[in-house]
Design a protein around this ligand. Structure first.
Ligand code: PAF
Length: 286
């Protein structure tokens, strides 16, 4: 059922008061953390949360801690009004849109880190980024105390870090990843696609076709190294600045995917003003 009257809360106290009555009625709480600028990919996460829980909370918070000093924190699109309108089409019950001061009232003495996962791949290229993600997601989980939280598989490394954090800290929340939503040309939906010029949007779909080719080589267990090399060259000569194109174990993101049940092919590259990431999971068990 749609809800064009969702509440919006700016403070932890107000959100908690709202959640008390939901808990009193034994309602399950679904949570979708976002940084706003919602696209269909986010809205699919909201729909999944609606399918799985009685009350759905969406947070919209551009988290300064996960941006590096030269990254796009200041210019990151903040579109609360249109985000509210987009959410009105879904059975989302409340939006939590705190200020930075509300989430970091006294700076920070405690950080959450999962070093085996936060320092590799994107973590290597964006030092401190995943510590910022894990810390804010832990805070948001403490505020909302959801039964279930939904994240996109597109941010695959982030999802694995959050799953590890939840497991290690015994947080009572079920973390669910959902399929990546793509544009018709295969480009994974992302708020950062807004930084792409029209001409770059077409080019950007090369990332998905490169992933598809490497994934096929992994599936067929043939020409894997050659395919990786070819696709890296292809992307670079098309104008991408490649951070990585790699095959990893889908569980722990280690390089020894050969022994795993599932592998993941991951890519991160800059194109113009945008840094894009994407991945494909490959089932190896049959
Ligand atoms: O994926 C995102 O949008 C962010 O990293 C998250 C999970 C909302 C934390 O700020």
């Amino acid at each position: 059922m749609k809800n064009d009257q969702q509440d919006i809360f700016y403070t932890i106290n107000d959100l908690r008061k709202f959640l008390v009555s939901a808990r009193d009625q034994n309602k399950t709480i679904g949570f979708v953390p976002t940084m706003g600028n919602l696209h269909q990919g986010h809205l699919d996460l909201v729909q999944r949360a609606c399918d799985l829980s009685d009350v759905v909370i969406v947070s919209i918070f551009v988290n300064p801690m996960q941006f590096g000093p030269h990254e796009d924190f200041d210019s990151y699109p903040r579109t609360l009004n249109s985000d509210r309108q987009a959410l009105a089409g879904y059975a989302c019950d409340a939006i939590f849109a705190p200020t930075v001061r509300e989430i970091y009232p006294k700076g920070l003495n405690t950080e959450i880190d999962v070093p085996s996962l936060t320092t590799i791949l994107c973590g290597h290229h964006r030092p401190g980024h995943f510590k910022g993600v894990a810390t804010v997601v832990c805070k948001l989980f403490n505020i909302v105390q959801p039964d279930v939280a939904i994240f996109g598989n597109k941010d695959y490394q982030q999802l694995q870090i959050i799953k590890a954090m939840v497991q290690d800290l015994l947080l009572p929340v079920r973390v669910i990843g959902t399929d990546t939503k793509r544009e018709p040309n295969g480009l994974a939906m992302s708020s950062r696609n807004a930084y792409l010029l029209e001409s770059e949007k077409q080019l950007a779909s090369m990332l998905y076709s490169s992933l598809t080719k490497v994934a096929q080589a992994v599936r067929d267990d043939t020409q894997i190294k050659t395919t990786l090399k070819q696709q890296k060259q292809l992307l670079t000569s098309a104008g991408f600045i490649l951070d990585y194109l790699e095959i990893r174990d889908a569980e722990d993101l280690s390089k020894t995917y050969v022994e795993a049940d599932k592998a993941v092919v991951l890519v991160a590259a800059k194109l113009g003003e945008a840094r894009l990431i994407d991945n494909i999971i490959v089932n190896l068990s049959n």
